[in-house]
Write a protein that binds this ligand. Structure first.
Ligand code: BEZ
Length: 392
């Protein structure tokens, strides 16, 4: 009898605990999900930050304001694309605001600092642009996902294109920080494998735009082509200076598509006819892209670019995880599994993630015409970053 009573008590305790846990999960699932957007709102990458925010919010709005049944509450920090302020800025979101998810950023150096904060606090971190190879390389982690690219990917794609166009000697020029340096590494790897030679690698500090001395040196070297990594306002200034120096008449300019995405209007005539490689182009024909572009133009009264697509897909990836757990963010392992297995129906074309959590995706060779980056061909099909150093 005593034994029976004890086991009845034990059953009562277990049922009570299960009910309490279910109630707390339910309560959590009914709370708003806190999303920390850490992006540039000022500086040379400001427009890129705005496009990512717009894209993210567009997907949430298209989903009725909820992801996986959870309403979204935004917490926003302007990171100024300044790595020196990055740890403090990320901690504002993680330690002060207690966000569930950290979404950001554009600048590779800032994203590397965010990854450290995310790892230490085990915060889910989704990168909607920064290409730092390390994030899905040596720093890869179950809580770090990316919906954009590695710096290596579009550089590698353009290295193949430059070789196919029979360039032999190429000069490179970029800002001296992870994105530019790794972009050049990717270009060089493909280009030299195909028999080309990078004869000079030039750099200037980020975000300097005093290009004249470099253009003078390029004119004296007379390479077959120039490969550059620039983006945002700095890209506009560079292309205008390149054309003003007359270099475009004799030395083709090659670059990852960040050079011409979101910048063609500001470049005017100088931006016409440029060849770039990227995982998105304005004229991609698929139903998702048509609907995405129409809704974006209606909502924001402007045309979307690759950054808007990456922001949109960051929200899609988060939704895939949340749906799998009915919005119960405490079921992190299940969420991560669903995100790893997700096939994202992106405006760029559907993509999946590599084991290191980076998109495996097609790269397009594009040509700028008017305000569009038009597709010429798929230059690298389902290109996966090698994820060197990732042990996951
Ligand atoms: C980067 O810092 O990773 C980056 C910035 C702008 C465009 C593309 C990459």
């Amino acid at each position: 009898m005593k034994k029976q009573l004890q086991s009845l008590k034990r059953i009562g305790f277990t049922v009570g605990m299960t009910a309490a846990l279910a109630a707390s999960s339910l309560a959590q699932a009914e709370d708003k999900l806190k999303v920390g957007l850490m992006l540039p709102a000022t500086g040379t990458f400001a427009a890129l930050g705005t496009a990512i925010t717009n894209g993210f919010k567009q997907y949430v709005a298209e989903s009725g304001g909820k992801l996986g049944g959870r309403e979204i509450e935004y917490f926003v920090v302007d990171d100024e694309s300044d790595p020196a302020k990055a740890t403090e800025n990320a901690n504002k979101l993680v330690k002060r605001d207690h966000v569930d998810v950290l979404v950001g950023t554009v600048h590779s150096g800032v994203a590397l600092a965010m990854a450290k904060v995310a790892k230490e606090s085990n915060t889910l971190f989704i990168v909607p642009n920064a290409g730092a190879d390390e994030l899905t390389g040596p720093l890869c982690s179950p809580n770090i996902f990316r919906t954009s690219f590695t710096n290596w990917q579009p550089g590698y794609a353009m290295g193949q294109v430059a070789a196919a166009k029979k360039a032999k000697n190429v000069v490179t020029l970029t800002w001296k920080y992870a994105a530019g340096l790794q972009s050049v590494d990717g270009f060089k790897e493909a280009f030299e494998k195909a028999g080309g030679k990078v004869v000079k690698e030039m750099t200037l500090p980020f975000p300097n735009v005093e290009f004249q001395a470099y253009l003078t040196e390029i004119a004296s070297i007379k390479p077959d082509a120039v490969y550059v990594f620039f983006a945002g306002a700095g890209a506009t200034k560079f292309v205008k200076d390149y054309v003003a120096a007359g270099l475009n008449k004799t030395i083709p300019l090659y670059a990852p598509g960040f050079l011409t995405d979101g910048t063609l209007e500001a470049m005017g005539d100088a931006g016409q006819g440029l060849l770039t490689t990227l995982h998105y182009a304005d004229g991609i024909k698929n139903a998702k892209n048509d609907a995405f572009r129409l809704n974006y133009a209606k909502t924001y009264k402007s045309q979307p670019d690759v950054y808007a697509v990456q922001g949109y897909d960051a929200a899609q990836l988060l939704a895939a995880g949340l749906k799998a757990v009915n919005g119960d963010f405490s079921k992190r392992a299940e969420m991560v599994k669903a995100m790893e297995a997700a096939k994202i129906d992106s405006p760029r074309g559907a993509f999946t993630l590599s084991k290191a959590h980076n998109p495996v995706q097609d790269f397009y060779l594009r040509k700028s015409e008017g305000r569009d980056n038009k597709v010429l061909e798929i230059s690298a099909k389902a290109l996966a970053d090698p994820a060197r150093g990732c042990k996951m």
